[in-house]
Design a protein around this ligand. Structure first.
Ligand SMILES: NC(=O)c1ccc[n+]([C@@H]2O[C@H](COP(=O)([O-])OP(=O)(O)OC[C@H]3O[C@@H](n4cnc5c(N)ncnc54)[C@H](O)[C@@H]3O)[C@@H](O)[C@H]2O)c1
Length: 249
């Protein structure tokens, strides 16, 4: 049976949990070798079990994506273990709810560092190998909130809108070498990140959704697979909005 990602290697940041883990698992099932890059010193046991169950080939490197030296070291380690990545999924993320007057500079800088600087550093580290291959897929997790905004989430929304701009500009630069760059803009998805939000906040969000429920990680992972698959080759600079109808663009 031919699988959609046979012969490919993918690097997934934030791949130890939630959406990133779902993408890592689906990509491994579809034949990709999968490198996971996340904060914990080792892959958490439950996540490791999920990846082992795919029967696929995977490796883990601990790394804070906002740390340039750590990114160089981790991406080099994973390339040594699995071969250079042709697919990079920038999924590492954090979420904090606070009105702007209560956002201190450290929180602001951290939000931009994880989402935006991390996306920059990891993508930049992977691009030379993609150009050598004449093929690459950059898939960046933004959010519908980068389009619509949300109260108490100014730093997050600014970072996610930044990821959209980053991706569109990059799409022009890399297209001549057969590399595409796209964003996934999920609505509220049932993950540990959303579970950490106050219950009333989640309830209020769901009540506004035409589909009336949280999305699933599998629904986001399926869109990531489309972008990485031959069928997704004509998407670049695109924003895929799986958001239950919260924003219709
Ligand atoms: N869950 C949602 O509703 C939703 C909606 C839109 C966008 N997103 C985005 O999708 C991505 C994944 O979110 P999730 O809900 O799966 O979250 P999650 O908390 O389940 O997973 C995020 C992962 O990122 C890792 N991480 C955080 N900071 C890191 C850093 N500095 N370096 C390396 N790894 C780091 C965490 O350890 C964790 O494993 C995030 O970018 C998030 O903003 C999520």
């Amino acid at each position: 049976m031919t699988r959609k990602l046979d012969g490919r290697t993918a690097l997934i940041t934030g791949g130890a949990s939630g959406i990133g883990l779902a993408i890592a698992t689906l990509f491994a099932r579809e034949g990709a070798k999968v490198g996971v890059l996340d904060l914990a010193p080792n892959m958490p046991d439950t996540a490791a079990s999920e990846l082992n169950a795919t029967g696929g080939h995977w490796a883990y490197a601990s790394c804070d994506v906002s740390d340039a030296e750590a990114v160089t070291e981790a991406t080099t380690t994973l390339a040594g273990a699995l071969g250079p990545a042709g697919i990079v999924v920038n999924c590492a993320g954090i979420d904090v709810i606070a009105p702007l007057e209560e956002v201190d500079l450290a929180l602001w800088n951290r939000m931009l560092a994880v989402h935006l600087t991390g996306t920059f550093l990891v993508t930049q580290a992977c691009l030379p190998a993609m150009r050598d291959m004449g093929w690459g897929r950059v898939i960046n997790l933004s959010s519908q909130l980068g389009h619509r905004g949300a109260p108490g989430m100014v730093p997050y929304c600014a970072a996610k809108a930044g990821v959209m701009g980053f991706t569109k500009a990059l799409a022009y630069e890399v297209a001549p070498d057969g590399i595409t760059a796209n964003t996934l803009n999920p609505g509220p998805i049932d993950t540990p990140l959303v579970a950490s939000l106050p219950q009333e906040v989640v309830g209020a969000i769901v009540s506004e959704l035409p589909l009336g429920r949280l999305g699933t990680v599998a629904e986001v992972a399926g869109s990531a697979l489309l972008l990485a698959s031959p069928e997704g080759a004509f998407y670049t600079g695109a924003s895929l909005n799986m958001n239950g109808g919260h924003v219709m663009l």
